[in-house]
Write a protein of this length. Sequence first.
Length: 257
Amino acid sequence: MPQASTRLSPADTKTRILDAAEALFVNGGFESMSMRQITTAAGVNLAAVNYHFGSKDALIQAVLARQLDPLNAQRVAMLEWFEANLGDDLTCEHVLVAMFLPAVRIFRGDGPTAERYLHFLGRAYTDPSSLVRDFINNHYVETLGRFFVAFQRTLPDLSRGELGFRLHFAMGALSGILAGGNTQRLIRDFTRGEGDDESLILTRLASLMVAALKAPLPDAEHNTLFGHILKIPGFPGQPPSSMPATQPDRVASSPSS
């Protein structure tokens, strides 16, 4: 009886390349990946990568799209449901659920990359590569815009610039934490060991995000308070007031030994 062929189909080869590139990206980021590492991990030759993707840049874009396209589609669908069913009762918390719940459900699912999914998201949104940043900002501009408008609607007291700053700060901090890896331990710590129920995870996530988004704007009293703190006599961060203004010139013109 002839043996069955073990040759991979083009679809299987493409999936293996994507899986290998994704694992390398999660562990070290885009710039640390090499084509040699990708081909070795996937068990294919360079010609196979070039055939399916053409370049390393196109490959990482395919890796990002494979995970982020369905995620953002689910996010927008959930936001649209909230908007259609709640109308003027839509709150900041509803928008946060639409943003976070799809990712939490993928992470808690049984997909082949579910366990590292949150780690992947953290890496994707913090990777310093301009290629990665530009792809996310440009490819998902409509999704980002939809959520920004929804946050504006539910947080009308914040200016556009202030809202943008708070979202960037809060999401950047969260992404940085997720990028650190060991997601299972992170979830245990994050939920204080009370389990990984999605409502519990959402509650903890939302409590931190809402605090950042709804914090009162600093006023003159806050500025005065911190101004007084910085002027406490002997405070180590206070610049010496006795240093002559011309000292740098004296140092620069001092004779060499």
